[in-house]
Write a protein that binds this ligand. Structure first.
Ligand SMILES: [Mn+2]
Length: 310
């Protein structure tokens, strides 16, 4: 089965589409024509790339209207829900080593899906938008080139020599610029922060009026291993937290800690993932925060985690 021009092609990718998914769709769309569809809205970086590319995918399109459905960057058909693929007329192109498809797919062990599409098309010329899309897809799936291999850099060489774009320009497109009030919250969060050291790990916490998760990320960037940012509006409290991947890989689970504290405190509910958690409710914010920090400290002590002084 080939993708052809002039037929009704539908190009789709996974939920919360990231820049690699958007780039793959965009390149297919500019080269073969058709419609871009997504199961739901893209993630924040995907959204910024879409805005630059000036495309607006159809959300959860009906498959009946199309001759061929091309699925990109999707390792599990469940990631297309609520869309359910027809049995015929589907082409799947993916680069994930672990995938759950029970149909034939075009698979290559590549660092990003857009690299497979690029080699399929072998473009002689590129528009700036196409070049930005490809570099954005690669940047995103290689964590800013950390995971790029020789094939990745061969494509980058080709893309940069065929266009006038710069990598810095693509970074700026993908990067979120915080608003003035968010910047002020971060700065206040920094100046009001405290920290404790447990077995070599730094736990930082601060009180802010909003942008709690942004303040947590800022504290992690500053060097904290676990960061908490707490706010109180009237009697409503909110505590957000983030943990570095090193701790998460060792088993640290903020979602679990938040859950534990919320079950122990009346009027508070909380949870999250291993590396990020949030808690809301009524109470005295200092008390709940102190409890969270104590839980984090005792977990590190209990697990016997130790970081040597560096
Ligand atoms: Mn990908």
């Amino acid at each position: 089965m080939d993708i052809r021009e002039g037929v009704n092609n539908l190009f789709i990718a996974h939920q919360n589409a990231d820049p690699d998914a958007i780039a793959s769709l965009y390149l297919l769309w500019t080269r073969y024509e058709g419609v871009i569809g997504l199961p739901n809205g893209p993630d924040s970086r995907g959204k910024r790339l879409m805005k630059y590319l000036d495309i607006e995918p159809v959300v959860a399109p009906k498959f009946d209207d199309f001759d061929l459905v091309v699925v990109v960057d999707t390792p599990d058909p469940k990631q297309l829900e609520p869309m359910v693929l027809p049995d015929e007329g589907v082409m799947v192109i993916d680069h994930h080593q672990v995938n759950l498809w029970d149909r034939d797919i075009i698979y290559e062990d590549r660092k990003s899906c857009v690299e497979i599409i690029y080699d399929m098309i072998k473009p002689g010329e590129l528009t700036d938008r196409e070049a930005v899309a490809i570099v954005a897809g690669i940047l995103s799936d290689t964590s800013n080139f950390r995971r790029g291999d020789h094939l990745t850099f061969k494509i980058l060489w080709d893309v940069l020599s065929k266009s006038d774009i710069t990598i810095d320009q693509v970074h700026n497109i993908l990067q979120r610029t915080p608003s003035y009030s968010e910047k002020i919250c971060r700065l206040k969060g920094a100046s009001r922060s405290s920290h404790e050291r447990v077995n070599g790990y730094l736990i930082a916490y601060s009180f802010v009026s909003s942008f709690e998760s942004s303040v947590c990320n800022m504290l992690l960037l500053a060097g904290a291993d676990v960061a908490f940012a707490a706010s109180q509006r009237d009697d409503e409290i909110l505590i957000s937290a983030r943990a570095k991947s090193e701790l998460v890989e060792a088993g640290f689970d903020l979602g679990y800690l938040f859950n534990k504290v919320s079950q122990a405190c009346d009027g508070i509910s909380g949870g999250g993932h291993r590396g990020a958690g949030v808690l809301r409710g009524k109470g005295k914010v200092e008390d709940v925060l102190e409890r969270m920090v104590e839980e984090a400290k005792s977990w590190i002590r209990k697990e016997g985690l130790e970081r040597s002084r560096d």
